[in-house]
Design a protein around this ligand. Structure first.
Ligand SMILES: Nc1ncnc2c1ncn2[C@@H]1O[C@H](COP(=O)(O)OP(=O)(O)OP(=O)(O)O)[C@@H](O)[C@H]1O
Ligand SMILES: [Mg+2]
Length: 327
């Protein structure tokens, strides 16, 4: 079990500003379980990447600071890990697949040397066994002629092939959890479909727990068991995909779902949610979605907690859930 518990993250301190922390993720809780895929959705700037990266403590070198809460991997705090344990955990028990496969690979090293470096860090194999392991991993992600591929450099590969290599690397040390941040948005649509099918197969075969960060509700329906909808640094709705799709409770979830191309007749303009996600530091004091919500009234001025909605473990952060139901 990988559990984010009440996590708050602050942006790097700015010298031109007051000393107050600018909170970008607030009191966020999520649970990932082996064998299940959790989708994390929301518009650009909601804090999805900050949350995903926090699981591997990747934001710290950019000055992102934890101001509260914890992240527990099988009960152990990742913030209590020493450097060696942390390095073993990253890419070992918990792997990450990034949005842009080119920037995640180093252009000056061959695919083989980058894969073998990861394999040697996590597995105790001799040179030939490590090479055979790398070849098997590349074959598992559908790359033929793996022996030759090991000698190639990232820029001679297509975007889809690079993403397959990164997925192979993420699988190299028998990870329990995969954090995939928009893993297909940089790829052509036809390639996206194949990469998603590959990820789904690997996740099922290996019983991985996965956090899939995406803008795409269609992808959530296809890939995920559970979903968390994020708005302005907090979760506004969470539950099983079935419950959230059948009974979306929060007006923001409903608005996002209404923007899906697949539910709008071809040729009609897609609905948009008026306005923008407020930047960290500019959130409304009560419901953060209220300034964009057609149901908003004075009741939304106070803090709103996540509360139980239609079924067990389906929660929403809205005082007007009943009103939203009729929209
Ligand atoms: N290193 C940083 N320094 C300053 N601000 C940052 C930093 N990283 C993120 N932010 C800000 O924090 C907010 C959340 O960013 P984040 O990247 O998590 O959004 P996101 O939900 O992943 O968006 P997208 O869908 O565009 O990837 C944004 O307002 C962003 O500008
Ligand atoms: Mg992001």
């Amino acid at each position: 079990m990988l559990e984010i518990r009440d996590l708050s993250l602050a942006l790097p301190a700015r010298t031109d500003h007051s000393d107050a922390d600018i909170i970008a993720v607030s009191n966020l809780s999520l649970r990932l379980q082996r064998g299940r895929v959790m989708g994390l959705v929301g518009e650009s700037g909601c804090g999805k990447t900050l949350t995903a990266q926090a699981i591997l403590r990747l934001g710290e070198h950019q000055g992102i600071r934890r101001t509260g809460g914890d992240i527990l991997l099988d009960q152990q705090s990742i913030f209590a890990m020493d450097d060696v344990t942390l390095r073993k955990m990253r890419g070992g028990r918990v792997s990450m697949i990034f949005q842009e496969p080119m920037t995640a690979l180093n252009p000056v090293f061959s695919i083989g040397s980058q894969m073998l470096e990861v394999i040697h860090l996590h597995l105790n194999l001799d040179a030939e066994a490590a090479r055979q392991h790398a070849i098997r991993l590349l074959q598992d992600v559908g790359l033929d002629d793996a022996g030759h591929l090991l000698q190639q450099y990232p820029d001679s590969l297509s975007g889809g092939m690079r993403q397959r290599v990164l997925i192979a690397m993420a699988m190299s040390a028998n990870a329990d959890f995969i954090i995939a941040d928009e893993p297909t948005t940089a790829l052509d649509v036809s390639v996206q479909k194949r990469i998603i099918a590959l990820l789904r197969n690997l996740q099922r075969q290996r019983g991985l727990g996965m956090l899939l960060v995406t803008h795409d509700f269609g992808l959530v329906a296809e890939m995920c068991d559970d979903v968390a909808v994020m708005y302005a640094g907090e979760i506004v709705e969470t539950g099983s995909v079935e419950d959230v799709f059948d009974h979306p409770a929060h007006p923001y979830t409903r608005a996002l779902m209404g923007c899906r191309p697949e539910i709008n007749p071809p040729g009609t303009p897609l609905p948009v949610i008026e306005g923008n996600v407020p930047a960290p530091g500019l959130w409304a004091a009560g419901c953060r979605f209220a300034p964009r919500c057609k149901h908003a009234d004075q009741a939304c001025a106070g803090k709103v907690a996540l509360h139980q909605w239609s079924r067990h473990q389906h929660q929403a952060r809205c005082v007007h859930v009943e009103a939203a139901e009729s929209c």
